[in-house]
Design a protein. Structure first.
Length: 278
C-alpha cells in the first residue's frame, strides 16, 4: 500500500505518499487497522526514535516541516464552537472580529491550518496539540474530497464553495459512540483516530502501558472498570503518567486506552478488537 525508509525530523522533506481506496466522491474507505498502519509508517518516517524512546511528538514542527502546512491562530467563532479548520485551496474564510463583535473574511492560502485562539490558553495546550494533529490528519486523508482543480477556479473566488473542513469542538477528542452514517461522520472519525495514532503511536503506546500495568500489579490483558478500587486509583495515576509522556490530555489518553483494549467497561458491553499478552 505504501512504503518508505527515511529519517527527516531535522530537515524539510516531503512526506511519504499514502495510497488508499476512496468512494467516487473522494471520501476514503479506511478501516481502523489501515489508519493505524498509515500513522505508524508516517511516524517512523518522521522520527523513528519515538518507538524505542516513547515521547511527545513535536506536532508543530511535524505539521510545518513534514506535512508542509502553515499554521495560524484566529478567533474562529464567537462561542469557540469551532476549534480548527483545514484549508485545501486559496479562499476567504469568515472568522470572528472580537473588537467589532462581528464576522469578517480573511484570505487564506491552500495548505493552511487555522486553530482557535482559545487553544493558546495554558489549560488548553494539550487539546490544542490534539486539534492540530486532527487537522493535519484531514490534510493527509481528505485532499481528494475537498481540493479543487486550480485551473477551474479563480484564486480567492468568493462565489466558489469553500474547500475547507471546519471541525467543531464536539468532534475533537471525541468518545462518541454514535453510528457513522454520513460522509462527514466518517471524515471526522478518520481524522480523530489518526490524530490519536500520530500523537500516541500504537506500538510505542502499547509498550508504555504494558510497563505501567506491570509496575502497578495489573497482570490481566486489560483492566475492567469498577472491579477493583485500589487498581482503579492506580489506573488513574497511570493515565496521568501516560498523558505526560505523550503530552496529550487525560481525555485523549483515556480514549486511547479504551480504543486499544487496555480498559473495558463491561457494563456498557463495549467490544475491543485488540488483544494483548502481558
Amino acid at each position: 500500500m505504501y512504503s518508505a525508509k527515511r529519517t527527516c525530523i531535522y530537515e524539510r522533506c516531503k512526506m511519504v505518499k499514502l495510497n488508499f481506496r476512496t468512494k467516487k466522491n473522494g471520501v476514503p474507505i479506511l478501516s481502523k487497522y489501515e489508519i493505524e498502519e498509515m500513522a505508524e509508517m508516517i511516524i517512523r518516517d518522521y522520527d523513528e526514535d519515538i518507538y524505542s524512546n516513547p515521547k511527545s511528538l513535536d506536532i508543530e514542527h511535524f505539521s510545518e516541516y513534514y506535512a508542509e502546512l502553515e499554521l495560524d491562530y484566529q478567533d474562529l467563532t464567537n462561542n469557540k464552537s469551532i476549534l480548527g479548520m483545514t484549508v485545501f485551496n486559496d479562499c476567504y474564510i469568515p472568522v470572528y472580529d472580537a473588537v467589532h463583535n462581528k464576522a469578517k473574511k480573511i484570505p487564506v492560502h491552500e495548505g493552511t491550518v487555522l486553530l482557535d485562539n482559545s487553544l493558546l490558553a495554558e489549560d488548553q495546550l494539550r487539546r490544542g496539540r490534539f486539534t492540530l494533529s486532527h487537522e493535519v490528519s484531514h490534510w493527509f486523508l481528505h485532499q481528494e474530497k475537498y481540493r479543487t482543480d486550480k485551473n477551474q477556479v479563480s484564486i480567492f473566488d468568493d462565489k466558489q464553495s469553500q474547500p475547507v473542513i471546519k471541525c467543531r469542538a464536539t468532534n475533537i477528542e471525541s468518545n462518541s459512540k454514535k453510528k457513522l452514517i454520513t460522509d462527514d461522520d466518517w471524515i471526522e472519525y478518520h481524522a480523530d483516530h489518526m490524530a490519536a495514532a500520530l500523537l500516541m503511536p500504537k506500538k510505542a503506546f502499547t509498550n508504555v502501558v504494558k510497563d505501567k500495568f506491570s509496575s502497578a500489579g495489573i497482570r490481566s490483558r486489560y483492566y475492567k472498570i469498577r472491579t477493583d478500587f485500589e487498581q482503579s486509583v492506580r489506573l488513574e495515576e497511570i493515565t496521568y503518567e501516560i498523558a505526560d509522556i505523550f503530552d496529550v490530555s487525560l481525555t485523549a489518553t483515556k480514549i486511547r486506552l479504551m480504543d486499544l483494549g487496555f480498559v473495558k467497561d463491561e457494563q456498557e458491553n463495549r467490544q475491543y478488537s485488540l488483544k494483548l499478552d502481558f
